[in-house]
Structure formats: structure tokens, C-alpha cells
Write a protein that binds this ligand. Structure first.
Ligand code: AMP
Ligand code: GLY
Length: 406
């Protein structure tokens, strides 16, 4: 089976590594556009725009791939999966209509309401008058979300009413969601979906804030660990039955079969588990730790999802080992962009047993170091030992990833 991975981030690098680790030959993987780290493992097709349907279809046909796996949300929302399917190529990644689950927070709320999925109360606002009324109804801390994709910048959670209003003003032209504040531990749980059946992967926790102690602005994610030892018995089954399956059923009922990865961003509140957000793709950096632990053949699972066959065959299996990943970000991330600077020491980091480096872009989140061990302490020590060998002028990373878990 020949596989095309679309994307250029650390997540795509982690997918490539997991495919190889679980039995796919390197020669059967191509990544477009990929990045310099991915290019050291498999063929890449650099220089393409992953959101351009024609370019992606052209490469898929030239490379004669049997399966295309779409990493980021932008190509999904742009309809790249639809275009590939029109050519008869099996695709892991939802069509444009189903990707609206991530592309529009209002749409996601409507699906959740229809499917009776637990989530925070929210008001959809199109005027600043509605925003102010909603903000004052819920009170502080204020949660304001842009309706559409905003490259990780669309959500603000703040005690500062003026900041909440300013954020809403920024996005009101495209619609804004004001949500009640939910308090609790966050969990990311991924499901493979084939349009009707779902298979859960292993839970992970992401660290969203930029700095230690959960301080600073929200980011795409600064680190993660998997599994989550403190979750109650039956948690994955509960989320499968009450959240993932009803959402997939509701989308199918509307004619928008969801084929790909359903990312459930959850919060464990005192009143039970609730959905904070859905994504239509693997999470970054959670994928680096979740797939690090996968022992099943990833290519088979993705192909079964892409071809409607998740109901036949085994579930996804995971090692009992623990994985921790720490993200290295460039100077100023997530507020400002530093100039591109050289990163050194990656080979030295990867020379340590059970340490992997997944490369991303030259600015922003630059790479993730993944440590894997028999205990969280071992995995964490390995990740930080790897990170200590890497140098990027002005670069920063959190020093407290998975520090409280054992
Ligand atoms: P989202 O992009 O919707 O995942 O939001 C980004 C982050 O903002 C989440 O991971 C949470 O940490 C936080 N967040 C979003 N919605 C809420 C909420 N209703 N209550 C508390 N925190 C939230
Ligand atoms: N780590 C959060 C995300 O992938 O959206």
C-alpha cells in the first residue's frame, strides 16, 4: 500500500514515524509538502500548497497512492479530501461538509445540540450588542471564540471584560461564540471514524498555555503526555457512547459522513465530561505521544477508516509504556515571529535511546522531542534530556510538562 501524507508539521512527522514503526516500508510513504525532518525519513514533495486541491490531486496521481492522509485542518476545510475522493483515491480525512465540525464552532454546537452531547452553554453572536449581553449573562472568566478557523488564535479565556470585548470585535464580522467558562482537567481523545463506526485511540493531555504553571497566552500546544492514569474507569467507553458515536451518527444523518480523525477536546468538570471543541484531524502535539504508543498497524487502521471497514477487524492497541513530548518554540511565540534561525543538536538528541524528534516549521512551534519509558518520570527525563541537547537562539519550552503525573 502506497500512502501520501499531506502536511508539513511535527504531527505529520509523527504520523510518518508511526507508520514506519508499525510496519509500513519507507519507500511506500510520500509526504507533501513535508519538511526537512520528514525528508530524512521518506520522500517529500516540497513546495506545494497543501490547500490547493489541484496540486494535491496531481501529486497523489503521479505517486499512484492507494491512500491519502490529510494532516492539517486547512486542506480539509478547503475540500482537498473531496477532490481526492473524486479521483477514486481512498482518503483519511473528512470532506469539506463534515470538516465544518472544526471549521465552524457554531456548526459544532448545532451538531452537539441535535445529538444531545454534553457541552458548555453558549450564545452565537453576530452583533456586539449580543456579545455584551452574553458576556454579562455568563460573567467572568469570559470565554469568547471566533466562529471560523483562526490558526489557534480564535479563543480567549480572560477575567478582563475589556479584553474579551476587544477579542470579539476582532472576529465579529465572521460571527462569535460566547461560552460559559468550564473548569476542570482537559483531555484529548481521538477517534478513527469511517462515517458510521468509531474506534478510540488512547487519551492524552495537552498543555495549551505558553509558559510554566499554565501561565501566558494559549498556544497550539506546548507539550503532552499519554496515557492519562488519573482518568476514571470506563472514561473512554463513556466518551465513545455519549459523544463520539452520537456526533458521527448525527453527521451521517445530515449526509455529511465523517471519515477521518474525530478529535474530542474534553473537559472533566464536577458535573461530568463536556466537549470544549472538536477538531477534524489529529492533534499536535498529542499525536506525537499517542501514536508513539500505538502497537497496531497504523496503515491498516487508516485504510479501514478510509474504506468504511472499521467494524471488521481489531481495535487499536497501545503499549503500556508512557510517552511525554515537549515542544520547542521560537522566540516570541505565540505573540510574534522571530527570524528563521538555525536549530542544532537534533542528531545528538535522537542518539539517545527512546528519544525521537518530530520537526515542524522554522518559526512558531519548531519541533517536539518525544521521550518514551516505563514510567512517566523516565519518559519525561528522556524528553528533557533530548531537549537539553538542542539549541535554538531565543527558543523556549516549558519545563513542567507531565511534571504532576506519575
Ligand atoms: P479551543 O480552541 O476551543 O480548544 O479553545 C482553546 C483552549 O481554550 C482550550 O483548550 C481551553 O483551555 C480553553 N477553553 C476553551 N473553551 C473553554 C471554556 N468554555 N471554559 C474554559 N476554558 C476553555
Ligand atoms: N493541540 C491542540 C490541537 O491540535 O488543536
Amino acid at each position: 500500500m502506497r500512502i501520501l501524507i499531506v502536511g508539513s508539521g511535527a504531527r505529520e512527522h509523527a504520523i510518518v514515524k508511526a507508520l514506519i514503526r508499525t510496519g509500513t516500508a519507507k519507500e511506500n510513504i510520500v509526504c507533501a509538502p513535508g519538511n526537512e525532518g520528514i525528508a530524512r525519513e521518506v520522500e517529500i514533495r516540497p513546495g506545494i500548497d497543501a490547500t490547493d486541491r489541484l496540486e494535491v490531486v496531481k501529486i497523489a496521481l503521479e505517486e499512484r497512492v492507494d491512500l491519502a492522509v490529510i494532516g492539517p485542518e486547512a486542506p480539509l476545510v478547503a475540500g482537498v479530501a473531496d477532490a481526492l475522493r473524486e479521483q477514486g483515491i481512498a482518503v483519511f480525512g473528512p470532506n469539506q461538509d463534515a470538516a465544518q465540525l472544526e471549521g465552524s464552532k457554531n456548526f459544532a454546537k448545532e451538531i452537539m445540540a441535535s445529538a444531545e452531547v454534553p457541552t458548555g452553554m453558549a450564545h452565537q453572536c453576530t452583533t456586539m450588542g449580543e456579545v455584551e449581553a452574553a458576556i454579562d449573562q455568563f460573567g467572568a472568566p469570559y470565554v469568547v471564540k471566533a466562529d471560523g478557523l483562526a490558526a489557534g488564535k480564535g479563543v480567549i479565556v480572560t477575567e478582563d471584560r475589556a479584553a474579551a470585548i476587544a477579542h470579539a470585535e476582532n472576529y465579529i464580522s465572521g460571527g462569535v461564540l460566547v461560552e460559559e467558562f468550564l473548569s476542570g482537567q482537559e483531555v484529548s481523545l481521538f477517534f478513527l471514524a469511517d462515517g458510521k463506526t468509531v474506534i478510540p485511540l488512547s487519551p492524552a493531555q495537552d498543555f495549551k498555555r505558553a509558559f510554566d504553571g499554565d501561565q501566558g497566552p494559549n498556544t497550539g500546544g506546548m507539550g503532552a503526555y499519554s496515557p492519562i492514569p488519573w482518568l476514571p474507569e470506563g472514561f473512554v467507553e463513556e466518551v465513545t457512547e455519549r459523544i463520539a458515536q452520537p456526533v458521527i451518527n448525527e453527521l451521517a444523518r445530515r449526509g455529511a459522513d465523517f471519515v477521518g480523525l474525530l478529535y474530542c477536546g474534553l473537559i472533566v468538570t464536577e458535573r461530568g465530561v463536556k466537549v470544549i471543541e472538536f477538531n477534524a484531524r489529529f492533534g499536535d502535539p498529542e499525536t506525537q505521544v499517542v501514536l508513539r504508543r500505538l502497537t497496531s498497524n497504523l496503515a491498516d487502521l487508516l485504510m479501514r477508516a478510509a474504506t468504511g471497514k472499521l467494524d471488521v477487524g481489531p481495535a487499536a492497541e497501545f503499549s503500556a509504556r508512557k510517552a511525554v513530548t515537549v515542544v520547542l518554540a521560537s522566540e516570541g511565540y505565540p505573540v510574534s515571529a522571530a527570524p528563521v534561525r538555525e536549530v542544532t543538536g537534533i542528531d545528538s538528541a535522537e542518539s539517545i535511546d527512546d528519544v525521537e524528534v518530530c520537526k515542524a516549521s522554522p518559526i512558531g512551534r519548531v519541533l517536539s522531542v518525544v521521550g518514551c519509558g516505563d514510567s512517566f518520570q523516565e519518559a519525561r527525563t528522556l524528553a528533557y534530556e533530548g531537549m537539553s541537547r538542542i539549541h535554538l537562539e531565543g527558543g523556549h519550552y516549558r519545563s513542567d510538562i507531565a511534571a504532576k503525573v506519575s
